[in-house]
Write a protein that binds this ligand. Sequence first.
Ligand SMILES: Nc1ncnc2c1ncn2[C@@H]1O[C@H](COP(=O)(O)OP(=O)(O)OP(=O)(O)O)[C@@H](O)[C@H]1O
Ligand SMILES: [Mg+2]
Length: 456
Amino acid sequence: MTIRTRLIVSTFLLQVFSMALLGWGVLAVRRQFQERDMVQLAGTIEMSVERAASDSLIQKDDVALLSYMKFLQVQYPAIAQTRILWKNKEKERTASVGVVRFGSKPRVSRFTVSDPADAQRSVEVDLALDHEVLEAPFQDANKRLAKIILAVWGVTSLLGLLVAYLIARGLTRPIVELSRLAGEIGGGKLGGKLSWESDDELGGLVRAFNGMSGRLEEFDTIKRNFVSSVTHELRSPLGAIESFLQLIREKVAAGTPEGYAQSKDFLERIAVNVRRLSGFINDLLDVAKIEKGKMECVLRPMELPVVANEVCQFFEAKALQQGIAIQNRLAALPPVLGDADRVRQVLVNLIANGLKFTKSGGQIWITGEQFRDGGARWIEVTVGDTGRGMDETDRASLFQPFTQGRNISEGTAGHKGTGLGLYIVKSIVDQHGGKIEVKSVPGQGTRISFSLKVAA
Ligand SMILES: Nc1ncnc2c1ncn2[C@@H]1O[C@H](COP(=O)(O)OP(=O)(O)OP(=O)(O)O)[C@@H](O)[C@H]1O
Ligand SMILES: [Mg+2]
């Protein structure tokens, strides 16, 4: 049985049962009142009979008692029979009014009334009350009430069924939808989300599910990007190394002086590809460390301009080759707290990006500015370029591993890379307790700033 059916049946049964209990309670209370009323009525009849007997004895009018009994019988049909026994000294006389219905079991009560002036005169009355007739008007009223209760019960049961269905449907609809979406995700169709707005537990469940589905889709994209990046980044330098090795083998076999000279050039190109491979593997190791939370930076006072100078010198030849000017515009700055190797890695990544996305004739620079935040002194280091910049969509996906912007498809001076640089950069800046910020205008350039704390 589905949860929806179970909810409908149990809510409906509960409602039917409680209505039945309520109806039974109303009838039971009414019955108690009726019994009290019946006893009162019987008492009234008995009192009237007794008083009439006493009056007739005092007035010495036996006929009046008989006609009063007939009158009472008309007024109270519950009086089945009255038997009267007059006693006067030794003489006795009887009379009876009405007959007892065949098969009925009347309740008989006896009254004996004596004449206060003559103790030898008395009247004895046996009053037989037919219980069924006494009860009849009460039972009629009860039947009418039971019919009303039954009608109300029927209507409320139908309404209850409708309400139970609506409640059950409202509760189970998102669950049904969620299980359908979970099935789709299980079948490999990721990213499905459910539109459901409510502040209750179901709303919370749907929000958590949507978040999970979004994260799964992100992980899947990262996984796919990872596989294609790893395949590409391993295959292309390895392919190049293989071809250069083959060429060297041929040149060495020929044994000519030009062959040896060319082989030297090929060896240089092999060295470039080996550097590219080891750089990629180092990046992968860094990502693994970040994911495990084991990327640790040892913070010590360090001279930022010195590190920036080293990095500029490292890229000087490449920049010259691309026709780009690199400037270290860092003026004298107080030492900052940082891990020099990791800060170097940040600057290398940012300048490598600048070189990748800037055309010949462009510029790349490093600047630094002091500022205060929360009582501490910081330095904001900015790496700027006059390159192609990036649009809103590209900016939105920055700092995700194995994710590159669409602007990469416009071509780059060197190899395309894998989309790990800024992810690693952000993790390093986070480890230094700093913040990273990107400003970029398509076609005009990019400025990426990060902050480092000034050493006390
Ligand atoms: N200076 C920049 N100018 C324009 N776009 C940039 C710049 N820096 C980063 N980007 C955009 O951000 C993306 C991510 O940069 P990131 O450094 O993480 O990866 P990558 O440079 O593509 O590859 P990798 O750094 O692994 O070689 C880039 O693909 C590019 O779209
Ligand atoms: Mg990069």
